[in-house]
Design a protein around this ligand. Structure first.
Ligand SMILES: *Cc1c(COP(=O)(O)O)cnc(C)c1O
Length: 372
């Protein structure tokens, strides 16, 4: 089965096999393993020890995003969040529910976050201490310019939190060149091509030390994870970790090292192109114009045909070996296809054929978009 949902992604058998044994997370062998794994993650983010720390947190991307918001903003603290789409909105909600004040920066659903608009908003409101930016907006498929937005944040003397959940491992990131970033957050199960269950923040050590006591949560406190690291070592966890998931991640990083992030991005871009051009060839209409389309996920307008039914389409595709989401995250109805994971353009060509056949299976004959 090709898993194109996108995340968790299709993984290599070697990565899944790395999970196949019992592990004791407090054992000295595991502690050594974990300390080394954290070093690998730190280097991938362009972080250096001891200026930065790679902090693992059990769970999913929302958990570590909330942890970063809680840790680096005090209760009542104010953060500007460009409303990039579904995941920008999730960051806004996470901040609000944690008792921080999220100030949305309105923008078009297919636009890239505008550094000049961020600069203006920061100049207009000196009480905004932070900007939160989604690097790859999985809701739309648009990639946002983290260095360009970071530069205006830095110039304004403010701080930044980056949701790189669907970017990290493929899209470039260099924390050593972006001192305004308090933390970048991500999980193992997207562009790192590993399994779900573990999230990471790579964060600045000086800021972690300065933000002790902000979180108002023991579970979701990055400063406490960092303090534990200093006290008990980089091989330690505060609470039981998903040890097998970490073992699988380590194996997945071997494949990332062998491929290289730039080549991985090129592969994802080729996957996207095969899909994007392929669905157009079928008479379907992608939601984004080509110049806005990022390499991670392609949303496709649903066909203007009374036979269209998303769940029926998803089921028909699944019976042909391709699994996509049974929901959409764009303002207009779409279906979404991920381009990331241990997959190649040949897999995407197979997915295009399956999409063609599945549309016929459910009786769609008119493939043009409702709203295009
Ligand atoms: C997948 C994703 C998340 C987190 O999702 P979880 O289901 O919590 O792991 C956050 N932000 C972006 C941009 C994502 O793509």
């Amino acid at each position: 089965m090709l898993l194109l949902i996108p995340g968790p992604v299709t993984t290599r058998p070697e990565v899944r096999q790395a999970m196949g044994r019992d592990l004791a997370p407090w054992d000295n062998d595991f502690r050594q393993f974990l300390a080394r794994l954290r070093g690998r993650i730190l280097r991938l983010a362009g972080g250096t020890d001891p200026a930065h720390a790679a902090l693992p947190l059990q769970g999913c991307g929302h958990f570590v995003t909330e942890a970063a918001l809680r840790t680096f903003l005090p209760p009542g603290g104010r953060i500007l969040i460009p409303a990039t789409g579904a995941y920008g909105n999730r960051m806004i909600r996470l901040a609000q529910e944690a008792g921080r004040v999220a100030v949305p920066l309105p923008m078009g659903p297919a636009d890239a976050a505008d550094p000049a608009a961020v600069a203006r908003a920061l100049a207009d409101d000196p009480t905004l201490s932070h900007v939160g930016l989604v690097y790859s907006e999985t809701g739309s498929g648009v990639i946002h310019d983290v260095p360009a937005v970071g530069a205006v944040v830095r110039a304004a003397g403010r701080r930044m939190i980056v949701d790189a959940v669907s970017a990290f491992g493929a899209l470039p990131l260099d924390l050593s060149a972006q001192p305004e970033v308090d933390a970048v957050v991500f999980t193992a199960n997207k562009c790192l091509e590993a399994l779900p269950g573990i999230a990471f923040a790579v964060a600045r050590a000086d800021r972690l030390r300065a933000c002790v006591g902000n979180a108002g949560s023991w579970s979701l406190d990055l400063a406490d994870i960092y303090a534990g690291t200093l006290q008990f070592g980089a091989g330690s966890f505060r609470f039981t970790p998903p040890a097998q998931v970490l073992a699988a991640l380590d194996r997945a990083l071997d494949f990332l090292d062998a491929e290289g992030s730039a080549a991985r991005l090129a592969r994802y871009t080729a996957n996207m192109r095969t899909l994007y051009d392929g669905v157009r060839g079928l008479g379907l209409v992608p939601w984004l114009p080509p110049e806005r389309q990022g390499p991670v996920i392609v949303n496709v307008h649903v066909p203007d045909d009374p036979a269209w039914d998303l769940q029926a389409f998803v089921d028909a595709l699944k019976s042909r070996g391709v699994l996509i989401s049974n929901f959409f995250t764009t303002p207009a109805p779409t279906f979404r296809v991920g381009c990331i994971g241990a997959i190649t353009p040949a897999d995407m060509a197979r997915a295009v054929q399956a999409i063609d056949a599945a549309l016929t299976d459910i009786g769609v004959t008119h493939r043009e978009a409702v709203h295009a």
